[in-house]
Write a protein that binds this ligand. Structure first.
Ligand SMILES: C/C=C/C(=O)SCCNC(=O)CCNC(=O)[C@H](O)C(C)(C)COP(=O)(O)OP(=O)(O)OC[C@H]1O[C@@H](n2cnc3c(N)ncnc32)[C@H](O)[C@@H]1OP(=O)(O)O
Length: 268
């Protein structure tokens, strides 16, 4: 069975971490398959939104596999199969699974069904709307294992959270609860586990009703202007706005409003 499942449902792609018996830890197979899954949804023009979730009811992702992947990178372990060989041979894979190398401007909804530790908490920082089950926990325990959360968190977390919250997670090592994560702004919403998939579906459906070029321009502008000087940032924003204004969807939206009907956005 695959470590990662990619299902396309109309305009939605659902990516599921699928090693629940191993706490959805990222082994070599999961790294390679997840990198490929992100590339596939980026390239597929029919896909407007991605939902990232995990199998089982206990763990979203307990991080990189400390018995397999980390020893591979520290040279303690030799690759055992073709996917591990590919992981070692291709240094872009760790960046690609965290959407660091090439960003994904399509909106990503995370449905966090349990513990998100190490790489699990790193992964969710690459997503946009984050819904957590009530029992979810979040931590970056890497320094306890002699390593750093270098899959994005040392850069992303202080940009996404106020300093003291980010540093509690980066330097604390201990898990924060879903309620604490909500109060910090690490997640968007906390729901009972039974409502998690439905809530993710709600957000994905809502995104699909909106103009895709507009949403991608919004996400791209938010991501890329984050550290720009104001003048450059506003210039970038205006370029994005102008490009969207030239689209057929920007004509369809006001026309549908006038005609009191749902817009039919084509992404062009
Ligand atoms: C690039 C990315 C880097 C990273 O992500 S670094 C890794 C970050 N993740 C962690 O540090 C999590 C480490 N694991 C734990 O803290 C605990 O485990 C849990 C809180 C997840 C679960 O605790 P409990 O319910 O008491 O179970 P248990 O007996 O500790 O674990 C069951 C089995 O799962 C293995 N395991 C758990 N996490 C990992 C991991 N990340 N890599 C490799 N194995 C892991 C354990 O060793 C053990 O195995 P056995 O039953 O054979 O002793």
């Amino acid at each position: 069975m695959s470590a990662i499942i990619l299902e396309k449902k109309g305009q939605q792609a659902w990516i599921t971490l699928n090693r629940p018996e191993s706490k959805n830890m990222l082994n070599g197979e999961a790294f390679v398959e997840l990198a490929d899954a992100w590339d596939e949804v980026r390239a597929d023009d029919d896909i407007r939104v991605v939902v990232l979730t995990a199998a089982g009811e206990e763990d979203f992702c307990c991080g990189g596999d400390l018995g397999e992947v980390i020893p591979l990178w520290t040279g303690v372990r030799q690759p055992q199969n073709a996917l591990e060989e590919r992981l070692l041979a291709d240094p872009t894979i760790p960046d690609r699974i965290m959407l660091k190398g090439e960003p994904l401007y399509k909106p990503v909804v995370a449905a966090i069904n349990g513990r998100a530790l190490g790489g699990g908490t790193e992964l969710l920082q690459a997503t946009d709307i984050r819904i957590a089950a009530e029992h979810a926990e979040f931590a970056l325990p890497e320094p306890k294992h002699g390593i750093v959360p270098g899959a994005g968190s040392m850069v992303r977390l202080t940009r996404q959270l106020p300093w003291a919250h980010a540093m509690r997670i980066l330097l604390g090592g201990e898990p924060v609860t879903a309620a604490e994560a909500l109060a910090m702004g690490l997640v968007s919403e906390v729901v009972p586990l039974a409502e998690l998939q439905g809530r993710a579906q709600y957000y994905a459906d809502n995104i699909c009703r909106q103009a895709p070029l507009a949403l991608q321009a919004i996400k791209r502008t938010a991501l890329e202007t984050h550290t720009m000087p104001w003048a450059d940032a506003f210039r970038f924003e205006m370029e994005q706005a102008a490009a969207v204004m030239m689209s057929a969807d920007a004509r369809e939206g006001p026309r549908a409003f006038r005609e009191k009907r749902a817009p039919r956005f084509k992404g062009s």
